[in-house]
Design a protein around this ligand. Structure first.
Ligand code: HEM
Length: 302
């Protein structure tokens, strides 16, 4: 049963549970330098922001990999319906995606269908979401989300997104349709199996739980120093046999003050990006309420 946010500071404890005592000593890994947000252009705009990725760099390990896999194991055991989903007919794509991850990890996946995707999800820290080409009326093929194992959702619920196309999945994202909606659909035609791409995103949140499907009912902290920055490294790769696409999502988080203290450039970039966010996007990114407090406080890091 999904509950309300329990205030805590342990990313690897679900948002609605209390952390174990050993979590008191947790210190977050710095979010990898290579995915940090950059300032592009003069104004805010959602962008595809995709970069070519060498297959050998597809789903790398880091010091938080095993913590993330442990979190997945606990969720798969105790809260499976919240983190695993399959639409009827999605089995073949799920299996092909699982095989690809298995090959990457050097492990033979023996199970089938969604079971294979679950097994594959425990080999890497990344979440796995599979888009399947489905024929709609008039012979037009659309890519729909038909299978997934998502243990680190950033305030969205997997069950609500199943069976949807990209425009529908992103309906709550302010300015998505006008800025990138058609470009994403076009881009998906060009993705190949041997040339994956990656992109990243960022958001400021008042709770660090990686498993956080819900938006809190009210603000959870009083001071910007208690906020967190959360980023995702996402990759996209074609499934050559079924024509589907495997979308991987890896969540990272760091306390906001630690992140800003990394360098003046990092702090200045966040200042510029925050300043530029239109109100509706700031609201979507759940930072609108905190922005008036963050901006003057942030200057000390710039
Ligand atoms: C190039 C491809 C994509 C682009 C440009 C894109 C863009 C975005 C953007 C701008 C957001 C808002 C958060 C942020 O500011 O970053 C977002 C959220 C999201 N994206 Fe994507 N996305 C892409 C691919 C995908 C795919 C393949 C999935 C498949 C499941 C997906 C699922 C989601 C979900 C579930 C959210 C949260 C929506 C909500 O709050 O309800 N995205 N995406």
């Amino acid at each position: 049963m999904v509950g309300a946010h329990v205030k805590h500071r342990h990313p690897f404890t679900p948002f609605d549970e209390a952390p174990p005592r050993e979590a008191d000593s947790f210190a977050a890994m710095p979010i990898p330098e290579s995915i940090l947000p950059q300032v592009v252009g003069e104004n805010f705009r959602h962008r595809l922001g995709t970069f070519a990725l060498d297959v050998s760099e597809w789903l790398p390990e880091d010091p938080e990999t095993s913590l993330t896999i442990d979190l997945k194991r606990r969720l798969l055991h105790g809260r499976r319906p919240e983190v695993v989903a399959l639409q009827q007919g999605g089995e073949n794509c799920a299996e092909e995606a699982a095989q690809l991850v298995g090959q990457w990890a050097g492990v033979e996946i023996k199970s089938n269908g969604i079971g294979a995707l679950v097994d594959a999800s425990l080999l890497v820290a990344d979440d796995l979401a599979v888009l399947q080409p489905v024929e709609k009326s008039g012979g037009v093929k659309q890519l729909l989300l038909t299978s997934a194992v998502v243990c680190c959702p950033s305030r969205w619920m997997l069950a609500e997104k199943m069976g949807q196309d990209m425009m529908q999945v992103h309906a709550p994202v302010a300015k998505y349709a006008e800025h990138v909606g058609p470009a994403v659909d076009n881009f998906f035609q060009r993705i190949t199996a041997d040339k994956p791409v990656w992109r990243s995103n960022w958001i400021i949140q008042d709770h660090p739980a990686l498993f956080q499907p819900r938006i809190p009912a009210s603000p959870l902290v009083d001071s910007p120093k208690d906020l967190w920055i959360r980023m995702e490294r996402q990759t996209l790769r074609r499934l050559p046999k079924t024509g589907g696409i495997l979308f991987t999502i890896r969540g990272f988080q760091q306390p906001l003050p630690e992140y800003l203290a990394r360098s003046k450039t990092i702090a200045q970039n966040i200042r510029t990006l925050l300043e530029r966010l239109p109100e509706d996007v700031a609201q979507y990114k759940s930072v609108l309420r905190y922005r008036p407090q963050i901006m003057p406080w942030l200057d000390q890091f710039c």
